[in-house]
Design a protein around this ligand. Structure first.
Ligand code: ADP
Ligand code: MG
Length: 731
């Protein structure tokens, strides 16, 4: 009898929803309590310091030591009043999630041993040297100079977790290369601000800054903690490597937007209370398509801050879930046969004057600006579609893309019929029709009125990886466990480079005597024509699209290790280096990290799969087989030959079936181990990752197929691993 499985199942059934109480009478009362935000700053910093630091935050000036000291003093006072005893530089290495090393505030008051004081100087706030040697760097930093340093990013406020003051920082090597996600993200955001502001000046010279906005939607699964612990694959890889589909999964579509189960509801409530304390504006919570799958989305915000908040909430989720007896699965594809999890990145640009550059305007003047940005974005996505795919690709997300539930492994853009019609009309217009000047000499869109309410935003094509949804693009291909920065660096950089090129082309036309209106129109028109291959409103899941996309010259590569090559293509290197976001060396180093991470993920999964097959599946199957053999033997002892053969026919057939399946599993596990050995001997990270993809990964499906068949035959009471129906339906 499989005692552990039945024990955890019965315990899971007994668990009740925890009572959760709000931290205050209304949300605004405790919102941002753990964050050193504007309110806290104005309480703990002098007026002068506050003014300077706000300027630093807006990017208007550099942080100097004196100001850092003042800020550190105020921050320390606040943190200590909040009960903090430690501080940490909180950074985003190229592994998953965030990293931190805690130091306490204590220092000797005088000579060693003479009592202690709490200290936190501007120096400690501004810069630290965590031992960086064990973070992936793709060989940028050889171990003898294993020092990288972390430096405060004042544009993201410090916050307190438990007893620790966390300071969001960038993480760079001593030679200046980025070792993290935040450094290039800040550079990309700066680049898009600069390029977009200049383009805005064609329409409105008063614009001083353009913000990039991000609204992520975090999907996740919840699994009862006991069941989770009884599945070595979930524990070690975050996904199930085996498991026959449950008879019922998501066919009835009864989970999506259904009533939220009580235990989950309690978890969500507490998660939101926690999020509010950190100033994360959670707005939406609901069930997702798959059983035990859920989603959480805040109101969008400035991209760098929104991304920090996403990383923070992923760790808060884990903590709160454990309190409620759950584990959160952030993996992109924890279960075969039901939907995986993504993290749609809703993205837009907006000016400091409050205009959404992707919001169709109320007036024809604004609409011209809208069309200009829209068309430039299409061009950027067209030119860099391979790179954008690389930016969201990981070993985990590869399971989700192209699996008839998530976007295909081809990047295209969905605009909807109305916006498409506007572009078509513009393409067929003359300059005189298209752009007109009003009485105040302001440019306006002459043709093609853009309706304020876009009808097809409601039926939004869910198969599109990059869809226009009324006032933003939704980059849907991003994976649920990802650091959104990866996608946001690629997208904002590609758009920044494109806008820069647009501006240069228009300016050159103006310099050669063209009117501004005509120059803008002509360039837009040529872009509409050129970027057409990226526009696709049809069914992205269909096979026709795959062959059509190949004809259009879009990147159709499906192998993750080869997809990463897009980072070091000439167009990517030129684009990133022209903006100062990445050097060629950084791109190469980061790809090394990607290949290495890919290999390690598959390697770990392969080991776990081998272990499950040999130590869980086969022993159980053999035991069941011997039970049947025993029965057959006894039957022959009791009955005559003919009767015995008749009575044991069924058992004999199963015995043979079991033997066959067991044999197939054993043989393929052995072959997989051999393939791994061969792959491990390869020294190039790229070639090794390719070998893992091409020669190790294919065994996963074969082994699984046979193991899942066994699951359907073997006595349920003997089966040790919690089954899909238990993982997906107990809550
Ligand atoms: P969906 O129907 O796609 O699930 P939601 O309303 O749940 O839509 O989520 C949409 C997300 O997009 C939210 O995080 C929202 O704040 C964000 N969002 C809305 N407008 C914009 C915008 N202009 N720029 C960026 N994000 C936006
Ligand atoms: Mg969405």
């Amino acid at each position: 009898m499989s005692t552990l499985r039945f024990q955890v199942v019965s315990e899971a059934f007994k668990k009740k929803a925890l009572a959760v109480t709000a931290p205050g009478a209304c949300t605004s009362e405790y919102y941002g309590r753990y964050v050193f935000g504007k309110d806290q700053m104005s309480k703990y910093l002098s007026k002068e310091t506050l003014k300077v630091i706000q300027d630093v935050i807006e990017g208007g000036r550099q942080l100097d030591r004196e100001i850092a000291n003042h800020v550190a003093a105020g921050m320390k006072m606040w943190a200590m009043e909040m009960g903090a005893t430690h501080y940490t530089h909180w950074f985003q290495p190229l592994t998953e999630g965030t990293a931190e090393k805690h130091d306490s505030f204590i220092e000797y008051a005088g000579a060693p041993g003479e009592g202690i004081i709490e200290e936190f100087s501007g120096k400690l706030l501004a810069q630290q040297e965590p031992d960086a040697s064990s973070f992936p760097s793709g060989g940028i930093r050889s171990t003898f100079e294993a020092r990288g340093y972390s430096a405060w990013d004042p544009s993201s406020p410090a916050f307190i977790v438990d007893d620790t003051l966390c300071i969001p920082t960038v993480f760079v090597s001593y030679t200046g290369e980025a070792l993290d996600y935040k450094t290039p993200l800040l550079k990309a955001l700066n680049a898009v601000d600069k390029a977009a502001t200049e383009v805005c000046h064609y329409f409105d010279p008063s614009v001083k800054k353009v913000y990039s906005y991000l609204g992520w939607e975090q999907e996740y699964f919840l699994v009862d903690e006991g069941l989770y612990a009884a599945r070595p694959d979930l524990l070690l890889t975050g996904r199930t490597l085996l498991g026959h589909e449950s008879a019922k999964n998501q066919q009835l579509e009864d989970h999506y937007f259904g009533a939220i189960p009580a235990r989950v509801q309690a978890f969500m409530k507490e998660l939101e209370f926690e999020a509010y304390k950190y100033g994360i504006p959670c707005k939406t919570r609901h069930n997702e398509v798959a059983p035990n799958q859920f989603e959480l989305a805040p109101i969008f915000g400035e991209t760098n801050l929104a991304n920090d908040q996403n990383l923070l909430i992923m760790s808060i989720m884990q903590r709160v879930a454990r309190k409620h007896g759950f584990r959160v699965l952030l993996h992109e594809k924890p279960f075969a046969g039901v939907n995986g999890s993504g993290k749609h990145n809703n993205w837009s640009l907006g000016t400091d004057t409050g205009v959404g550059l992707l919001t169709p305007g109320k007036t024809p003047e604004d609409n011209l600006q809208f069309v200009t940005f829209l068309v430039n974005i299409l061009m950027a996505v067209y030119k860099h579609n391979g790179l954008l795919k690389a930016s969201i690709m990981t070993a985990q997300n590869a399971h989700r893309l192209g699996a008839n539930e998530a976007p295909p492994a081809i990047i295209s853009a969905f605009l909807g019929t109305q916006i498409s019609a506007v572009l078509d009309k513009l393409e067929a217009s003359t300059s005189e029709e298209a752009i007109m000047l009003d009485s105040k000499k302001r440019m306006r869109l002459g043709v093609a009125r853009i309706p304020e309410v876009l009808v097809d935003n409601t039926d939004r094509n869910r198969t599109s990886p990059f869809a226009f949804t009324g006032n933003r693009f939704e980059f849907r291909a991003v994976g649920s466990s990802a650091n959104c920065s990866s996608a946001m660096i690629a997208l904002n950089s590609a758009v920044a480079a494109q806008l820069t090129e647009f501006k240069a082309t228009v300016d050159a036309k103006i310099a050669s005597g063209e009117t501004k209106e005509k120059a803008i129109f002509e360039v837009i028109k040529s872009y509409i024509r050129e970027s057409k291959p990226i526009r696709f409103d049809g069914n992205g899941y269909s096979d026709e699209w795959k062959s059509e996309a190949a004809k259009r010259g879009l990147d159709c590569e499906t192998s993750a290790p080869l997809i990463f090559d897009a980072y070091t293509s000439k167009s990517s290197i030129d684009m990133f280096s022209s903006l100062g976001v990445f050097t060629e060396k950084e791109l190469e180093a980061r790809n090394e990290v990607k290949w290495e991470t890919y290999t390690k993920k598959i390697q770990i999964e392969a080991r776990v799969l081998g272990d499950l097959a040999l130590n869980h599946i086969i022993p159980v199957a053999t035991r069941y087989q011997s039970l049947l053999l025993d029965n057959v033997y006894k039957v022959t002892k009791i009955y005559d030959k003919e009767k015995a053969a008749k009575l044991s026919a069924q058992d004999s057939a199963i015995i043979e079936k079991l033997a066959d399946l067991i044999d197939k599993i054993e043989v393929n596990v052995q072959k997989m181990v051999e393939a791994r050995k061969v792959a491990n001997r390869i020294s190039s990270e790229r070639d090794k990752a390719i070998a893992y993809h091409d020669t190790v990964l294919p065994y996963f499906d074969v082994i699984r197929y046979n193991a899942d068949k066994l699951e359907m035959i073997v006595d349920d009471e003997m089966w040790t691993l919690p089954k899909y129906r238990e993982l997906l339906f107990i809550r």
